[in-house]
Design a protein around this ligand. Structure first.
Ligand code: PLP
Length: 423
């Protein structure tokens, strides 16, 4: 698209946006009586308006039917983990029995590591990236320690350059360098700091070629970019629902386990009663016969009160469609990139995120050579909500469900104003 650096142009793009009505389905925070420019959907998505209805339905069910709510239509609690499945499967490119909403991201990562990190002899290494989110790093090293493996010897951290991102070739080289010792590769779908979208299919193939399992942390990918976990042959994935999925603070996470593993009752796992085959679950016997599919990894019955907010948010994704969202997202983030490069402060800015749309989602990570923190403070005082990540990055994530081209235009003008004032 040929972009133009003009407010009128931004407004025209908003007018012709087929998804424009979705903004009205969200509560936008205000500052001084005006909608803020909310670029923080990568951290906490906005509240959808239908959440009240979904949560209140379960509150009423609890009030009016108490324990019978487990079997009261609609949405009986005993089946509550099943209701989001169709949309989740679409979002991550999976078969329905490969995905479920349960627990939280880090808990699910631990469950997956218990299953997929089975060090044997010299094959005990795990590859992550040096910039991995701390929780992922802690989860991996704690499993190594439990299994008597020394992370200093066996954790391979592919080094991310301080002001850039990893090439797929560097990752594949690391996989091949450690091929006989490699047990597992764990990478993000989208890297939280740089916004890089990893090439899931190529990385998965390279890891499988050397006999290792591969898992992806989709915290920043789900609801942001379409992925194809089943076809790409990924072994497992985990995610949270409160970032791009707008399901509310700390709400239920989710996971994916490929069909080729998840129907095998002998696949190693940490087990709980909710993973027991549901036809015998309530016999309360102690012979564990896991449910087919990823449900055989469930531990506990589902928190219907909070999961109801997740279902409300997934309804919106079903209506909007991930392909449509991605289409808008590419244009919206492309416009942000164009305006930044066309701005008066361009010489002070390095964009850490890859420049090609197929290597990023909606987020651009802005690295200011000087005054970064001051620019950030100016923006937050002037009605922008976005976040700062140490050591020196401002993450701007225009979400296609509720952000506008006008948001993007006004954001870059405010960055210009900040630079004018700071000199
Ligand atoms: C947001 C995020 C998390 C958060 O984990 P929780 O268990 O949901 O608190 C973990 N890993 C990555 C990469 C994230 O971006």
């Amino acid at each position: 698209m040929n972009y133009v650096n003009q407010l009128e142009f931004a407004k025209e793009l908003d007018q012709s946006d087929p998804l424009k009505s979705f903004r009205t389905k969200f509560y936008i925070p205000e500052k001084d009586g005006k909608d803020v420019i909310y670029f923080c959907g990568n951290s906490l998505g906005l509240q959808p308006e239908n959440v009240d209805e979904f949560v209140n339905r379960e509150l009423r069910k609890w009030r009016d039917f108490a324990v019978e709510g487990h079997f009261t239509e609609p949405y009986p609690w005993v089946d509550y983990h099943k209701f989001g499945r169709t949309v989740l499967a679409e979002l991550v490119g999976a078969e329905e029995n490969e995905v479920v909403a349960f627990n939280s991201l880090t808990v699910n990562l631990h469950l997956m590591l218990a299953s997929f990190y089975q060090p044997e002899g010299v094959r005990n290494k795990i590859i992550i990236e040096s910039g991995a989110f701390p929780s992922d790093h802690f989860a991996v090293t704690s499993h190594m320690k439990i299994k008597g493996v020394d992370p200093a010897m066996s954790l391979v951290e592919v080094a991310v350059p301080e002001d850039g991102y990893l090439s797929t070739a560097e990752i594949i080289d690391a996989i091949n360098d450690h091929k006989n010792e490699l047990a597992l590769v764990l990478l993000p779908g989208i890297q939280y700091y740089t916004g890089q979208f990893f090439r899931i299919r190529e990385i998965t193939r390279a890891a499988h070629d050397v006999g290792a399992f591969v898992g992806f942390d989709l915290a920043h990918a789900i609801g942001n970019v379409p992925v194809s976990l089943h076809d790409d042959d990924v072994d497992f994935a985990v995610w949270c629902s409160y970032k791009y999925l707008n399901s509310g603070p700390g709400n239920v996470g989710g996971g994916f386990i490929h069909q080729k593993h998840n129907n095998d009752p002998s696949f190693p796992r940490l087990a709980g009663w909710w993973g027991q085959d549901e036809t015998i679950r309530f016999k309360m016997e102690n012979n564990f016969q896991p449910t087919k599919g990823i449900d055989g990894w469930m531990l506990s019955n589902i928190n219907a009160l909070s999961t109801s907010a997740h279902l409300a948010a997934l309804e919106i994704f079903k209506e909007a469609g991930m392909e449509n969202l991605r289409k808008k997202s590419i244009t919206l983030t492309g416009y942000l990139e164009f305006l930044l490069k066309d701005s008066s402060f361009a010489p002070n800015l390095k964009i850490l995120t890859p420049g090609s749309a197929d290597e990023r989602g909606c987020q651009l990570s802005l690295y200011f050579l000087k005054n970064g923190r001051n620019v950030y403070d100016f923006l937050t005082h002037n009605g922008v909500m976005l976040d700062w990540r140490e050591p020196n990055v401002m993450r701007a994530a225009p979400a296609p469900l509720y952000n506008t081209f006008e948001d993007v235009f006004r954001f870059v003008k405010l960055c210009e104003k900040a630079h004018d004032q700071l000199g």
